[in-house]
Design a protein around this ligand. Structure first.
Ligand SMILES: [Zn+2]
Length: 559
């Protein structure tokens, strides 16, 4: 595309004569830095100045120092990045990125840190499509495209290379001194604000986006340079697994964005899990916490031997998962995905995507309803030899378009928000759409259990189902929506998730499971950290990685 032609303005929008004097590159970078302070940092300024009275002179001193520091910081960033012919294209790109980032921060209260960026970069076209609405387009147009078009038209003075370099160095030095001076003047309040509200730095737009993109790319490059570290090399079938006469089929359902607070079985004000509530022998874990607040953190973490209790993202991403350990011990493993992939958890293992399978009547526009995960499942369950684990990765309650997650017959709670832009709906309509999506998850899980029950009765297999959501969701509490806030500051609703387990009668007998004991255990706190060890124990895969203290079933086997 010819960018000059793209940004050419119609005659009425041409720059006034005084603007037609040529600008220095640094003047333009400074103007853009000031523009970002005014257009892309509402939430940052609001949060940073929270609790300060406009009547106090200290508030004004703090506010103006903060503004100066931010302008200096953005100028430093631009001054280092934008040179010569790359100046305008890079500046235009950053202006668009800043406009988009500001929209998501202001609309949903999200924080653009590295893990949020990883989520955004790994998103698929269908997921991205649901986030594009009139509000985002308006923000991109008025805070991105039009200002970038104006910027493109500003005539720039051309200087000889060495003079330009010297001039840039002086401006950068000036900006650095200004930044240092601002920090020194307000050192105490600034340092206490940054210590107590670490998330604030991820609201400074677009420095947050540049920093987070850089750290994700650096981590990916580090990861690409190192092969995935094998774990559980000692994994082997235990005596119970080796002595099995009936094959064992475990279906692990990884939920999406279901939060514990709205889970009917946990005592939510309205019944969002009526079908599961009628399943005999179902065990509900009402106090389960997730490992992270977004899919990119939670999914790899729940399949890792050490999760939240000693969280190390690089180690988890750089290592094999529970599924590799199970496969090493001879367990048949299959990942069935109805979302944005297995996040490395099933690398090199058999997997299938529902959208490619395209079961009739369940998929449209690159998305499938979660019942697609049940299509062809009976054949796959019957096809596994020995012990087998099938993971079903749900689309669940993936937001903001909750209303797209369920078929019409589950639109029971009304009125339900029918917009991709949550700000168009009131809190009741948002909660209604969210709870309708939970009703549908309840139906999919209960249908799955009925299938497993039928398999157990007709084909001499033992079956089990474990459902665990990846993280929770904010539905407008404290003006927060969606999820993905840094762990340290995320509200409980983003960190508490539903978990249920079901075992066929034959399996409970074979494993000598004391279900009453397990029900008592389920009333205690549980976490994603338990999943790795509980599945190893259930399948009787022996490895030094297995920690019985974290195996939820270990204490509930009859001797
Ligand atoms: Zn998720």
């Amino acid at each position: 595309m010819n960018l000059s032609a793209f940004f050419a303005l119609p005659a009425p929008m041409r720059l006034p004569p005084s603007w037609r004097r040529s600008w220095s590159a640094e003047g333009l970078l400074l103007a853009v830095s000031v523009f970002w302070l005014l257009s892309a940092n509402d939430t940052f300024l609001h949060r940073a100045l929270e609790g300060r009275l406009p009547t106090q002179p200290e508030s004004w001193l703090f506010g103006s120092t903060l503004a100066l520091a931010q302008v200096a910081l953005h100028f430093l960033l631009l001054g280092l990045l934008c040179h010569g012919r790359a100046l305008r294209p890079l500046l235009a790109l950053l202006m668009l990125v800043a406009a988009g980032g500001a929209h998501f921060i202001d609309a949903f209260g999200v924080c653009l840190d590295a893990s949020m960026l990883r989520n955004a970069l790994r998103t698929d076209p269908a997921e991205a499509g649901e986030l594009i609405g009139p509000a985002l387009l308006a923000s991109l147009l008025f805070k991105g495209v039009l200002p970038a078009a104006l910027m493109w038209r500003v005539p720039l003075r051309r200087l000889p290379f060495w003079r330009a370099l010297g001039r840039r160095a002086l401006w950068l030095l000036g900006a650095l001194l200004l930044l240092l001076a601002a920090i020194l003047i307000e050192f105490r309040p600034l340092s206490s604000m940054m210590r107590n509200h670490r998330d604030l730095r991820y609201l400074v737009t677009p420095a947050n986006l540049v920093w987070s993109t850089g750290s994700v790319l650096a981590a990916d490059l580090r990861g690409a340079a190192r092969p995935r570290q094998p774990i559980g090399l000692d994994a082997r079938p235990g005596p119970a697994m080796a002595a099995r006469t009936r094959p064992l089929r475990v279906v692990l359902v990884v939920g999406e964005t279901a939060r514990a607070a709205n889970w009917g079985l946990n005592g939510h004000a309205r019944q969002t899990t009526p079908e599961l509530a009628a399943v005999p022998g179902l065990i509900n874990f009402p106090q389960t916490s997730s490992c992270g607040t977004n899919t990119e953190v939670s999914v790899p973490c729940m399949f890792a031997p050490v999760g939240r209790r000693d969280y190390d993202e690089d180690r988890i991403r750089g290592s094999e998962s529970l599924l590799h350990v199970l496969a090493r011990a001879g367990v048949d493993v299959l990942w069935r995905d109805n979302q944005s992939g297995c996040k490395g958890v099933c690398d090199g293992l058999p997997s299938e995507e529902m959208v490619r399978l395209d079961p009739p009547g369940l998929c449209a526009e690159g998305r499938c309803l979660d019942e697609a995960l049940l299509a062809g499942l009976d054949e796959r369950l019957a096809g596994a030899k020995g012990s087998g684990v099938i993971v079903l990765h749900m689309l669940g309650n993936h937001g903001p378009s909750y209303f797209r997650r369920y078929p019409e017959r589950f639109a029971r709670f009304q009125p339900a928000c029918q917009s991709d832009d949550l700000r168009q709906c009131d809190s009741t309509a948002i909660a209604n759409a969210y709870d309708n999506a939970l009703l549908y998850t309840d139906h999919v899980l209960a249908t799955l259990i009925a299938r497993l029950q039928a398999q157990a009765q007709s084909s001499q297999v033992d079956t089990a189902m474990i459902y665990l959501s990846d993280h929770g969701e904010s539905l407008g509490e404290s003006n927060l929506f969606l999820h993905g806030l840094p762990w340290a500051i995320a509200p409980e609703v983003q960190k508490r998730v539903p978990m249920v387990m079901w075992f066929s009668d034959g399996l409970a007998r074979q494993e000598r499971l004391d279900l009453d004991c397990l029900r008592r255990r389920a009333a205690q706190p549980a976490a994603h950290d338990h999943l790795f060890h509980t599945l190893l124990g259930l399948l009787d895969v022996r490895t030094a990685l297995h920690e019985p203290a974290l195996d939820l079933l270990a204490g509930c086997r009859r001797s």
